[in-house]
Design a protein around this ligand. Sequence first.
Ligand SMILES: NC(=O)c1ccc[n+]([C@@H]2O[C@H](COP(=O)([O-])OP(=O)(O)OC[C@H]3O[C@@H](n4cnc5c(N)ncnc54)[C@H](OP(=O)(O)O)[C@@H]3O)[C@@H](O)[C@H]2O)c1
Length: 263
Amino acid sequence: MPQLGFGVWQVTDEEATTAVAKAIEVGYRSIDTAMIYKNEKGVGEAIKNSSVPREDLFITTKVWNSDQGYENTLRAFDESLERLGLDYVDLYLVHWPTPQFDEYVDTYKALEKLYHDGKVKAIGVCNFEIEHLERLLKECEVVPVLNQIECHPYLSQKELKEYCASHNIFVEAWSPLEQGGEVLQNEEIKLMANAHKKSPAQVILRWHIQNNTIVIPKSVTPSRIEENFNVFDFELSGDEMAQIDNLNKNRRRGKHPNEMNFR
Ligand SMILES: NC(=O)c1ccc[n+]([C@@H]2O[C@H](COP(=O)([O-])OP(=O)(O)OC[C@H]3O[C@@H](n4cnc5c(N)ncnc54)[C@H](OP(=O)(O)O)[C@@H]3O)[C@@H](O)[C@H]2O)c1
């Protein structure tokens, strides 16, 4: 799986075709969508039109909260596959644990079936806290390959990252740029950006990459799609990495997973 991918939350079906085509042209090979983004069709269109062979692309989608449960998940997966126009996906994720409905273990068992049947190459989760992961590790067989969680310099997720690392679960950062928020105006990050002749977004993406985090920035702006991919020709020093680590405010843009009960 490429460490840098392309996210398409809040991108319409139509925009997704154009944005994903641009991303593939720039060099991205990993695309992160979800049933609830309502753009699987647009993403699939870009994949179909692309001259890059399917096996060189890494496509992720997710089962939404209202489709949880064993049978529902199997059906939702087939529907996602049909919208994408694919015969397999590379990674299928449980979108949120929604613990109050207590269906995530059964949902994950359906992902294990899809994995054993060869319909998905890998399975994982999003927004799982340590207690949710512990339960999966106890009650299921296949260790989730990754946990996709909100993570950026204002929410560094140190403890959860350490837990994942100790169980061989990769961490993938969603909203890696804090949804284009205040962190891009942070003075310390701006100084580092100037020193490296890079943008604040590039410095933040580089921080994720040097932390061994998988990262999926979203943009519908062609110049930014390109800019965000251009982060492999410079390196942050140990001091700069530590300085960004110190910006943590435990401040979320999204909901805490235990408070997400929207279906
Ligand atoms: N599993 C989950 O629960 C979950 C939740 C949220 C997101 N995700 C995934 O993670 C992906 C990324 O997260 P996200 O979309 O929330 O936020 P993000 O990637 O942190 O930020 C996207 C925002 O930043 C702007 N932006 C992008 N590149 C920029 C740059 N170089 N300079 C300045 N601004 C820039 C974009 O604007 P423009 O588009 O206008 O250029 C957009 O408004 C999503 O698309 C989705 O695939 C998953």
